[in-house]
Design a protein around this ligand. Structure first.
Ligand code: ATP
Ligand code: MG
Length: 577
């Protein structure tokens, strides 16, 4: 492609809203353009890279025997009502009505649709296992769309759904997809880690997220410094503090004026934070947005609440729970902002972290203004409706598998695989007949890759202060031939010859034949991040050019044929040289 003919508009500066490198560089390189908050379009270069990722995904899915189909983004509400998710999904689901008032949604995911297809078209064990996938546009009205393609409201996802006869079949399908994902993200040039994950609204028994490591990522993972344990922090567990065998002392109420936070009360009473109990007050909201139930959650004072574990313990979707206004719930429950403890609460569900019952003589709010209770003991002084692990792991906490210290890291969730089991086949009636003509439920899995988020993750991991540095596999073009003076016939002639040789070698080449200053051309080549640049300048008359890799700072002078050969070899090696 000749840049003089290409629709390309690089920006000297990024729009103010772009905060992270991938967003900045995808905008500045003219690869994407914003239409509305969380809604982006792809320009020629950007769309080429999207299609490269799609092709990588496609080839790895096909290699595992998955079959590509393409379903509509518009999904009838009835299917979601059958699965029960029409209400579970909350405001993230983009709901629309047709002119007759029939309800639809713009698909945020496609479990219901694929289950519907398969229940109608598959009836015998001979047709299983089956894995169907699509690469398709998804819609989620995210609460906080941000970071460009990273969290957008319209995005491209590869979603696959497997249907098996039994659990062993599902395990096999899941492992195959796990392998396919590993291959996909390796081929995209990402540094990533598969980690155990929570299954969230998807339901089901097991899940892994594929996390591209990045400081700006919105996912947090915990991994063990010694064993192979790695999980999202939503999911990760640690070992509970050891139960204490101190004698239980007499319960007392003490005056703690103005000491509302754990820091304040532990300083005021001279107690370590580990001897305090932190209260977190939540409301479970109904469909109409009013609080239906209050929940008081308690963790050791030095710990944080893990919201995912909490909503799992309550058996509700995450969007239905939120922190409550302590003052307004006080009348109903007896809570007192800053002084709430597990004793003296009413009309309120108590959830206590699993390590608290073993800890003796703790300090907690007394549900009385400016007062705390000390020597609080579980069983004697308070009891919970639910005792379970609801704490967040911290760096250095003991790994629940081996006891070694945990480490934390941030990352971008680029893919997730789920063992769904029978959640959808049961609610939607997806059966097959086995060898003995018995009706059996299909066992399902679902597998997603964020194609456009992957593009952003690749840029996040591959850029410098001048622009993108594409790995060869997802670069929009492989080589850019930059002509220093387009109106010098020697230069433009040699550049043209190089460009043609590259194309003849199967290299995806760009010819920067624009009537621009050399500085502008170099700057654009760097922003665009094309892996190889061949610069044709003053020495064109003697057939010499500059050969430069985007990822390296120096260049070498080569005869033009040599430069073509080197570029071709570099690209054929996938950039490994
Ligand atoms: P997140 O936790 O980041 O909101 P999710 O767990 O809800 O993501 P899944 O339902 O697992 O997402 O969707 C499969 C994949 O689709 C994700 O792994 C991610 O790569 C991609 N994805 C999800 N939401 C978005 C979004 N808003 N913008 C871009 N990609 C997304
Ligand atoms: Mg996910």
């Amino acid at each position: 492609m000749r840049l003089s003919k290409m629709h390309l508009n690089t920006l000297r500066e990024a729009p103010a809203e772009a905060e992270i490198p991938s967003h900045i560089w995808l905008l500045r390189s003219g690869m994407i353009r914003k239409l509305a908050s969380g809604v982006y379009g792809f320009m020629p270069m950007g769309y080429r890279s999207v299609r490269k990722i799609e092709e990588i995904v496609r080839s790895e899915m096909d290699a595992k025997g998955a079959q590509e189909i393409h379903m509509s983004a518009i999904q009838p509400a009835e299917l979601w009502m059958e699965s029960g998710r029409w209400y579970v999904m909350g405001p993230e689901m983009w709901r629309v009505k047709d002119r007759r008032g029939r309800e639809f949604c713009l698909g945020p995911t496609h479990e219901e649709i694929f289950t519907d297809i398969v229940r109608n078209e598959v009836s015998s064990y001979r047709q299983l296992p089956l894995n169907l996938y699509q690469i398709q546009t998804k819609y989620r009205d995210e609460a906080r769309p941000r970071f460009g393609l990273m969290r957008s409201r319209e995005f491209v996802m590869k979603d696959a759904y497997s249907f098996d006869r039994d659990e062993a079949g599902l395990d096999n399908s899941y492992n195959e997809m796990f392998e396919a994902y590993t291959n996909v993200f390796n081929r995209c040039g990402l540094t990533f880690r598969p980690v155990e994950a929570d299954s969230g609204a998807m339901g089901g028994s097991g899940s892994h997220e594929f996390t591209a490591l990045s400081e700006v990522g919105e996912s947090e993972i915990a991994y063990c410094s010694s064993c192979d344990m790695a999980a999202t922090t939503e999911r990760a567990n640690t070992i509970d503090a050891e139960a204490e065998n101190e004698a239980e002392k007499a319960l007392e109420t003490v005056h703690t004026p103005g000491a509302k936070t754990i820091d304040e009360v532990s300083a005021y009473l001279g107690l370590p934070k580990e001897k305090t109990i932190k209260a977190l007050l939540l409301a479970v909201y109904g469909e109409d947005g009013t609080a239906k139930e209050y929940v008081a959650a308690f963790v050791r004072g030095d710990r944080e609440l893990n919201m995912t574990k909490l909503v799992n313990a309550l058996g509700i979707p995450e969007h239905m729970a939120d922190f409550a206004d302590e003052d307004s719930m006080g009348a109903a429950t007896g809570s007192v902002a800053g002084f709430t403890g597990p004793m003296g609460l009413r009309n309120c569900k108590l959830i206590v972290d699993s390590e608290l019952p073993g800890l003796k003589n703790m300090c907690a709010g007394a549900c009385k203004l400016d007062h705390h209770a000390i020597n609080v003991n579980y069983g004697r002084d308070y009891k919970a409706d639910i005792v379970t692990d609801i704490k967040k792991v911290r760096e250095g906490d003991a790994c629940h598998k081996c006891g070694a210290p945990l480490k934390l890291a941030r990352g971008i969730e680029v893919g997730q695989v789920f063992k769904l089991g029978t959640k959808y086949s049961k609610s939607m009636g997806a059966y097959y007949k086995d060898e003995n003509m018995n009706e059996c439920l299909m066992i399902m899995g679902s597998y997603g890759i964020g194609v456009t988020r992957t593009l952003a993750a690749v840029v996040e991991q591959n850029h410098d202060e001048r622009g993108i540095i594409w790995p060869v596999a997802v670069a929009p073009y492989h080589v850019i031939v930059t002509v220093v003076k387009q109106d010098d016939p020697e230069q433009s002639g040699l550049a043209e010859a190089i460009y043609k040789s590259l194309l003849a070698n199967g290299v995806e080449a760009l010819l920067d034949d624009r009537d621009e200053r050399a500085g502008v051309k170099f700057m654009d080549a760097d922003i665009l991040g094309i892996p190889v640049r061949i610069t044709v300048g003053k020495k064109a008359a003697s057939g010499l050019v500059e050969y430069k890799l985007r990822r390296e700072s120096g260049f070498t002078e080569k005869a033009s044929e040599e430069a073509v050969a080197a570029a071709t070899e570099f690209i054929k090696s996938g950039g490994a040289l």
